[in-house]
Design a binder for this molecule. Structure first.
Ligand SMILES: [Zn+2]
Length: 336
C-alpha cells in the first residue's frame, strides 16, 4: 500500500517493501542501511530496532505520535542518547479495590470485564480478581452462562450489600430471568454493523448479549483456556461490552456503546494524520541536517529532539539531544 502510493507520488523512487515482524531481521539486514527511519507503533519493536542501530552505529530517526502529541529525533552514537537510555513510562494501573468492589467510572467496569474474559476463557492466571468465580465456573455443565450471570450480578452483589448495607445500599441486583424480560426486543444487538456498535441498548438487551456471546465463546471448545482478550475480535468485544455494561448498571454508572468500549478496552488512541505528517516531516528534516553534517557542510550536527504538543502556545518544542545514560548498558545483539 505505502509503496504504491509513494511510487505514484514520485516515480523516481526505488522502494523494496518487506512485510514481516521487524524481529525477523537481524544485523545482516540492517548493516547495509545508511539511515534508518522508524515509524513503529510499540516499545518492544522500538527497543529491538534501537539495539540493531546501536550495535551497528547507524543513525536512527525515531518518531511516534499519540493523538495530537508526538516526537521525532535523531538517535546516533556520538551525537545523542539511544532510545533505551531514558526510562519509559509504564501503562497506568488501577487499584484492585476500585475495580473489584467500588467502580466509579465506565473505565473501571471495562477493565473488570476484560479480567472476567481472561478468567472465564483464558489460562486462569489473570490475577486473583475473580478468584471466587472460578469455583463456580464449570464449563462441563449446562446453562453455565446463566449460572455465571446470576453469580456475578446477583449473588456476589448481594454478598457485597450484606457486608456493608449502608455503603452499598445503592447497588442494584440483576436476576437473569427478570432482566431478560426487560429486553425491549432489540435483538439486533448481536449483529455486526456500524449502527449497532454506536448504539446504547437497555440492560435487558445487554443480558441477552451476555448470554449469547458467552455461549458462542463456549462453542470454541478447542480454544477454551487459551483465549486472551483481543480488541479486534468482535465476539470478544461484544462479551466485554455486555459484561461491563451490566456491571455499570449495577453500580449506576453510565453505559457505553460497543465502539466506546472497544476504544477503552483496546487502549486505542485515535491516530491524527496531521500529527503524523508533522512528525514525519521532522524526521526528514533531522535526517537532512545529519547528512549535511556528514558532508561536512556544518561543524556541529545541530540535531534536535522535537516534541509536537497540543493545548500550549508553542506547538513544537525543540531541545538539544540528550546525552547517553552511562547507567544503561546497551546489550549488543549479534546474530550473524
Ligand atoms: Zn542508550
Amino acid at each position: 500500500m505505502a509503496k504504491s502510493t509513494l511510487e505514484s507520488l514520485n516515480p523516481s523512487l526505488k522502494i523494496t517493501a518487506f512485510q514481516a515482524n521487524i524481529k525477523e531481521f537481524g544485523i545482516p539486514f540492517f548493516k547495509d542501511f545508511d539511515v534508518v527511519f522508524s515509524a513503529l507503533d510499540n516499545q518492544e519493536a522500538r527497543t529491538y530496532l534501537n539495539s540493531m542501530c546501536v550495535a551497528l552505529n547507524k543513525p536512527l530517526l525515531e518518531a511516534g505520535t499519540t493523538g495530537y502529541i508526538g516526537q521525532a529525533m535523531l538517535l546516533k552514537r556520538g551525537i545523542s542518547r539511544c532510545y533505551d537510555c531514558e526510562p519509559k513510562v509504564q501503562n497506568k494501573t488501577y487499584p484492585v479495590c476500585t475495580i473489584r468492589t467500588l467502580p466509579e467510572k465506565p473505565l473501571h467496569c471495562v477493565i473488570w470485564a476484560k479480567y472476567l474474559f481472561g478468567v472465564l476463557f483464558g489460562p486462569m492466571d489473570e490475577g486473583n480478581l475473580l478468584e471466587d468465580l472460578r469455583e463456580k465456573f464449570d464449563n462441563s455443565k449446562e446453562n453455565v452462562a446463566e449460572g455465571v450471570f446470576d453469580e456475578l450480578f446477583q449473588n456476589q452483589i448481594q454478598k457485597q450489600i450484606d457486608s456493608d448495607p449502608k455503603k452499598f445500599e445503592k447497588l442494584k441486583l440483576l436476576v437473569l430471568k427478570e432482566t431478560l424480560t426487560k429486553s425491549v426486543g432489540n435483538e439486533d444487538i448481536i449483529e455486526e454493523n456500524a449502527e449497532t456498535k454506536q448504539k446504547i441498548y437497555t440492560v435487558g438487551e445487554y443480558a441477552h448479549l451476555f448470554i449469547w456471546s458467552f455461549r458462542k465463546l463456549l462453542e470454541m471448545k478447542k480454544n477454551l483456556g487459551f483465549m486472551s482478550f483481543e480488541k479486534d475480535d468482535d465476539l470478544c468485544i461484544k462479551f466485554v461490552t455486555a459484561a461491563s455494561n451490566l456491571r455499570s448498571f449495577v453500580f449506576s454508572i453510565e453505559l457505553l456503546n460497543e465502539f466506546q468500549t472497544k476504544e477503552i478496552a483496546g487502549n486505542i488512541i485515535p491516530a491524527i494524520c496531521s500529527t503524523n505528517a508533522i512528525v514525519a516531516a521532522i524526521e526528514v528534516s533531522e535526517a537532512l541536517k545529519y547528512l549535511r553534517f556528514l558532508a561536512k557542510e556544518t561543524e556541529k550536527s545541530n540535531s534536535k529532539e522535537c516534541y509536537v504538543q497540543n493545548d500550549v502556545e508553542k506547538k513544537i518544542n525543540v531541545i538539544n539531544p540528550l546525552k547517553p545514560n552511562p547507567k544503561v548498558k546497551q546489550s549488543l545483539i549479534i546474530d550473524y
